[in-house]
Ligand binder design. Structure first.
Ligand SMILES: CC(C)(COP(=O)(O)OP(=O)(O)OC[C@H]1O[C@@H](n2cnc3c(N)ncnc32)[C@H](O)[C@@H]1OP(=O)(O)O)[C@@H](O)C(=O)NCCC(=O)NCCS
Length: 183
């Protein structure tokens, strides 16, 4: 839901042609409510370190233990990688999380994403974040998405089921889900 003062942007499922008019309500898929993807720079790297130092966020995102120097090395390798896409997530101009696509091998890719700012959890930004990353995937021909989510991450699982992801089995405590994007 949008809040007072937030930047509202309409996102269309298909390119809009002015001559077609504005009656294609079925193509109107979401209101981004101030959320956008931005380049993942050193500021996001530092913030990610803080966000993922939180034990709850680390567990919910299935993040293994890592050292600061591992994170620096990961960041420095990013420009040369074609199998990994990463964005900072901004809300009303403020850094609040990170998201991306990994194991990229067209048409497949693994979605991941989180809001590091816990005050935003449960405010229905999840569907917007997913739609923004899915749009990036679609633009690159990445239409067969998959993800991993902790079985006890009730909020994330509800989000994925509500946005068209299907249960693809589990691996103990980790649930696998898939989604095929329309081209
Ligand atoms: C997962 C995440 C992106 C979801 O975004 P969000 O904006 O918080 O999610 P929403 O507000 O859309 O809530 C999703 C669903 O969970 C429900 N929900 C909200 N809080 C909940 C809670 N504490 N427990 C259970 N369900 C909850 C919502 O009602 C909604 O279900 P509904 O659509 O049936 O009403 C975000 O919470 C997050 O980053 N969490 C921490 C990291 C994480 O879990 N990342 C995903 C790893 S796979």
């Amino acid at each position: 839901m949008a809040h007072a003062g937030e930047n509202i942007k309409l996102v269309l499922a298909k390119p809009f042609h002015p001559c077609e008019g504005l009656d294609r309500a079925k193509d109107l898929i979401l209101v981004t409510a101030g959320l956008r993807l931005v380049p993942y720079d050193r500021d996001y790297l530092d913030r990610s370190w803080e966000w993922l130092s939180d034990p709850q966020t680390r567990a919910l995102t299935l993040t293994p233990a890592f050292r600061r120097e591992d994170q620096q090395a990961f960041f420095e390798r990013l420009p040369g990688r074609t199998d990994y896409l990463i964005w900072g997530v901004e809300h009303d101009g403020r850094p609040v999380g990170a998201a991306g696509l990994k194991q990229v091998a067209a048409p497949k890719a693994e979605y991941w994403g989180y809001l590091g700012d816990k005050s935003l959890w449960g405010r229905k930004l999840g569907p917007v974040l997913l739609a923004l990353v899915e749009e990036q995937a679609r633009e690159r021909g990445l239409t067969d998405l998959f993800l991993r989510v902790a079985r006890d991450n009730e909020r994330a699982i509800r989000l994925y089921l509500r946005t068209g992801w299907a249960d693809a089995g589990d691996d103990g405590e980790v649930l696998h889900m898939t989604k095929t994007l329309a081209p």
